[in-house]
Design a binder for this molecule. Structure first.
Ligand code: HEM
Length: 381
């Protein structure tokens, strides 16, 4: 038996692996359908303002000083924005509990590539590819995009042309983290949406599951994030799942650093490794097979991800490596032992992430729909 492992734990591991397999996320590349938003309770007898068909609504002037974010940014122009986002996200999360993880990952993939500017939401067209086409973004779940579509439609009814898609992603991520048990952290508002979306940048700018800790530290520090913030933010893997291809090299034909073949990556808990070998055996035929990132409490935002790493229960090699590298191990141990320390540091790091590379004023626009620029698709020259 693996150190720290009890028979009960071994059983729950296997059950959870099986449950994760049953979950088998739908391939995400497909764009979400346009769905009518669920009813949003309009307080004080106020009717939602519906823009007259065919007449373009002028964008409302931005609140706050140009270039500055503020928590009060929509207090005059759309005071119920945050409540609407919370209501729509809550009903989406209840209907589909994978929403929280999906939105959180989409937010990270947005912010780390050209800043938090909703560039990840732009759909590809016949004429122009977008961040959607980057290989690393193919696995972003359709449900997360669908959640944003629903919120945007509700907000456009309430206060047309006011709330940016970048702010929607920041607020939606926070509300979903809190809703699943995580901390509530401050979010300033007033981000503008991007005017471009590069199909090549995400594969360069985002971390991949086969990166070393060196590579992760390099990537994060180049963007101004500390090692501590890297570890705290990685705690987001307390939610959601990963597809087998992301960790298959730990399970099959594994070779140690000297080239010696092993049954599986010896840094992985053997029960987990064997369970995953069975679950993922057909992953090449069925690339939708997936397993929970936090196999013990997959739907709860807690510090179990770090406890898992100490027991060899990290799913991705980048996860487990955080426990093996002397630069990151003390932080993993601290967060595993102290949930409050993790929540505090995660909240601060998320606040910082949410302000990374934001666009304000003339650097961007408030999109009318999150998947397209206001000027419409770029036509061939
Ligand atoms: C530190 C480097 C990181 C690496 C190498 C990494 C890599 C990955 C990979 C490979 C997946 C599985 C995707 C799939 O198969 O569908 C994943 C999932 C996820 N990642 Fe990360 N990630 C990192 C950091 C982060 C950060 C900083 C956040 C958020 C703050 C985050 C949030 C998530 C979430 C929530 C999921 C689950 C998504 C879902 O269930 O749909 N990750 N990550």
């Amino acid at each position: 038996m693996y150190p720290h492992e009890t028979p009960a734990m071994r059983l729950s591991l296997l059950l959870l692996v099986a449950a994760a397999a049953a979950l088998s996320a739908p391939a995400a590349a497909q764009m979400p359908p346009i769905i009518v938003p669920p009813p949003v309770i309009v307080g004080g007898g106020q009717q939602p303002q519906v823009p007259p068909v065919g007449i373009q609504q002028p964008a409302q002037p931005a609140a706050g000083a140009p270039g500055a974010l503020s928590p009060e940014f929509y207090s005059q122009s759309c005071p119920r924005a945050e409540r609407i986002i919370a209501e729509v996200m809550q009903s989406k999360q209840m209907a589909n509990p994978t929403t929280a993880a999906g939105v959180l990952r989409v937010f990270f993939h947005d912010c780390f590539v050209s800043g938090c500017d909703a560039s990840v939401l732009i759909a590809s067209t016949q004429f122009e590819k977008s961040e959607h086409d980057a290989e690393i973004n193919h696995s972003l779940p359709g449900d997360a995009f669908d959640a944003v579509v629903r919120v945007k439609l509700a907000l456009e009814l309430e206060c047309p042309g006011v709330v940016s898609c970048a702010d929607i992603l920041a607020l939606a991520s926070r509300v979903l983290v809190t809703m699943t048990g995580g901390p509530r952290y401050p979010i300033s508002l007033g981000r503008r949406d991007s005017l471009s979306s590069s199909p090549t940048a995400p594969d360069v700018e985002l971390p991949h599951a086969n990166y070393t800790v060196d590579h992760l530290i390099q990537l994060f520090t180049a963007k101004g994030f500390t090692v501590q913030e890297l570890v705290a933010l990685s705690g987001a893997h307390t939610l959601g799942f990963s597809h087998c291809k992301e960790f298959a090299d730990r399970l099959y034909s594994f070779r140690d650093k000297g080239g010696k073949p092993e049954a599986f990556d010896p840094t992985m808990n053997p029960s987990l490794a064997k369970g995953l070998q069975a679950v993922c055996k057909d992953y090449l035929k069925d690339p939708t097979i997936a397993a929970f990132n936090d196999i013990m409490t997959p739907g709860k935002f807690d510090n179990m991800y770090f406890v898992n790493l100490e027991r060899g229960l990290g799913l991705l090699s980048t996860d487990e490596e955080l426990f093996l590298d002397p630069r990151t191990k003390p932080l993993v141990e601290r967060y595993a032992a102290n949930s409050t320390a993790f929540f505090d540091d995660f909240g601060r790091a998320m606040e910082k992430l949410s302000e990374y590379g934001v666009k304000t004023g003339a650097q961007g626009e408030v999109r009318r729909r999150c998947d397209a620029y206001n000027h419409g698709p770029v036509m061939p020259k």
